[in-house]
Design a protein around this ligand. Structure first.
Ligand SMILES: C[S@@+](CC[C@H](N)C(=O)[O-])C[C@H]1O[C@@H](n2cnc3c(N)ncnc32)[C@H](O)[C@@H]1O
Length: 393
């Protein structure tokens, strides 16, 4: 089939990262990127989705928009799906799954809509080639997404498959690991760039450091995986192979002594080391066991970015109201010259830590509302009594 010169795509991402995803997509040559709630719409030639799937650190997947229109009931949606040329996009041998999400749709059952779209796709195949594809809700080859708002629907074909945040480098999960694309987005929001010193003093399984190392080494996050677009009928293998080769050539060594992780818990240290070694970064990321209150900075200035646990394990029997002021004090004592960032769902942290936040960025970890708090630690801010951290010398 002949493709239009430009296609439209939608890349979902963790909420709060839409603006940084927009910037990333612009760098990846996306046209007219426009942030929406929970993702970014953009345009480009079809093979732009190869580049975005290969390189995006922030998107969760890339959906190719097939058609949109208005509806009043389930039948309108069935008819619209029935009339799309599905066999020109994927083979009847591919197993399919339909996902429907909606915002303010008047339809009473999204399950029924899902069923009707699946029926329409199967009916279209049966009518045109005499056979229908099977459904597989566990491991489909092709996922069809439909998004409904109050009056309009959009159909998408997923070009990604397994979500993009499943990088495959994490061998051990640890407790409450961050999603890789959320960690990459936070590094981006914080303004950390490769070559600058990054310290995660509560590193758990090491997600921030592993994402930072991939960025520094210029390793495309999708370089070692397969994608759903490889099964789309007009897949252009030559272009895809060239893109992968381009990245393999562009990979580079990581600047030494820039990436540091600590954790209080021996199991977390073990899991971070396992992950770092398995990802091939054993020589460039240092992981050690320490309590955050005791850590000395590895450089005169840098980025401290971390995701503390809800209930802080400090090694002593202390509640959060006692512990956080000690942390605020330790930061002022040990980290003047550093920019520090705490990603947390604990909105009581700012009050307890007794530092004044320069920035509070709302973000979502799945459905959980969180904040990224920034505390720049200025030289001379340490006093014997807790004071805001932003006092100049
Ligand atoms: C929410 S987890 C971090 C998860 C991490 N971002 C990841 O993606 O895997 C918080 C970590 O803080 C560590 N921790 C708790 N108290 C600590 C302390 N006083 N000093 C250093 N690490 C601590 C825990 O052992 C845990 O691994």
């Amino acid at each position: 089939m002949t493709l239009p010169r430009l296609s439209t795509f939608f890349a979902p991402c963790p909420r709060g990262l839409e603006a940084v995803l927009c910037n990333e997509l612009t760098q990846l040559q996306a046209l007219q990127p426009g942030p929406l709630k929970g993702g970014v719409r953009f345009r480009g030639p079809f093979d732009l989705c190869y580049r975005v799937n290969l390189h995006s650190r922030i998107a969760s997947r890339v959906l190719w928009a097939l058609s949109e229109g208005s509806y009043q009931n389930e039948h309108d949606i069935y008819e619209a799906a029935l009339n799309l040329p599905w066999p020109s996009w994927f083979s009847v041998r591919n197993r399919i799954k339909v996902h429907v999400s909606a915002h303010h749709s008047p339809l009473p059952s999204l399950e029924f809509v899902t069923l009707r779209i699946k029926d329409a796709i199967c009916d279209h195949f049966r009518k045109t080639i005499g056979k229908r594809p099977d459904v597989d809700t566990q491991a489909p080859d092709m996922s069809i997404y439909a998004y409904l708002d109050e009056k309009t629907f959009t159909f998408y074909l997923d070009t990604t498959g397994e979500p993009l945040f499943k990088r495959g480098y994490r061998k051990v999960q640890g407790s409450s690991p961050l999603r890789e694309n959320l960690a990459a987005g936070i590094l981006n929001l914080a303004g950390w760039t490769p070559g600058q010193v990054l310290l995660d003093p509560m590193c758990g399984s090491g997600t921030f450091l592993l994402e930072a190392a991939q960025m520094a080494a210029n390793i495309a996050p999708g370089i070692n995986r397969s994608f759903a677009f490889e099964k789309i009928l007009h897949f252009d293998e030559k272009t895809w192979t060239a893109l992968r080769k381009e990245n393999q050539v562009a990979q580079q060594p990581i600047p030494s002594d820039t990436l540091f992780g600590f954790d209080y818990h021996p199991e977390a240290v073990k899991s971070a080391k396992t992950n770092v070694n398995a990802a091939g970064f054993g020589d460039c990321i240092s992981i050690q066991q320490a309590d955050i209150l005791e850590i000395q900075p590895p450089a005169p200035e840098g980025w401290l970015i971390t995701n503390p646990p809800y209930g802080v394990r400090s090694g002593q029997d202390m509640n959060l109201d006692e512990w956080y002021p000690l942390l605020g004090d330790a930061l002022k004592r040990h980290f003047p010259g550093w920019r520090t960032f705490f990603f947390t769902a604990d909105f009581g942290l700012p009050k307890r830590i007794r530092l004044s936040a320069a920035r509070r960025t709302p973000l979502y970890n799945g459905a959980l509302e969180c904040r990224l708090f920034e505390y720049p630690i200025v030289h001379g801010s340490h006093r014997s009594h807790p004071t805001p951290a932003t006092i100049s010398p």
